[in-house]
Design a protein around this ligand. Sequence first.
Ligand SMILES: O=C(O)CCC(=O)C(=O)O
Length: 261
Amino acid sequence: MKIALYQMNVQAGKPETNRAKVQQWLKDVAERHQPDVAVLPEMWTTGYTLSEIAQLADEENGQTQQMLKSLAKEHKIDLVAGSIAVKTADGVVNRALTISGNGEVISEYDKIHLVPMLDEPRYLAAGKDKVRPYELQETTMGSFICYDLRFPEIARSLAVNGAKVIYVFGEWPEARRDHWDALLRARAIENQCFIVAAGAVGSHDGPNFSGHSTVISPWGNVLALASPDEEETLVATIDLSEVDEFREAVPVLKNRLPARY
Ligand SMILES: O=C(O)CCC(=O)C(=O)O
């Protein structure tokens, strides 16, 4: 499975500009690399403009989602489309979207862990649904968002429910880049799955984002790693049979004793 990932310099507060950037990026990667799956980062339409998020967020099934559906169909690429801010009856959510190459919405996940360090609970509503895997490329996969990475139960639940590839979307701060690197690698090794993590570069209102978008194998090998501070496209081909082989050789998921912890 060939993956192209956009480590994006999101222009904070400029959804039109960011939509145009993604449109152009997809056209370019489709022509140059013909990936099966294209991956975007967290909150890539608005950036972290939390004080303006109520105005900048998309409507449900709004302009960004419509654009992604038509781009997926046009290029015949599955879009693991990072996350965007969406207005709902409960408030604005940070919503991860997965859209198949025929333009169908395969999965929606609203970030469940809001970040107290960024005052997110003041501006965003937490997702209420359970994290669930989905089927893409005839494979079980899952997604979660940024701060969720600190809660190992999410990745474990996705893996126990069959996920072989887990996508993580971030606008992670540079000051804690070591945590991003270490936690992503740990999630891959402990769950014996591929981790595909799309981060951002640039900054908004202070801290720089950490870059270091990456693709990590179930063995914990870093197959691709983007720079800490440049906008970049990562392309990686992953062999999904590695997941089954490693899970058979070292049967961690089978050997779990959840009743004993
Ligand atoms: O957990 C962290 O250190 C950063 C989390 C974060 O920036 C986010 O979830 O947007």
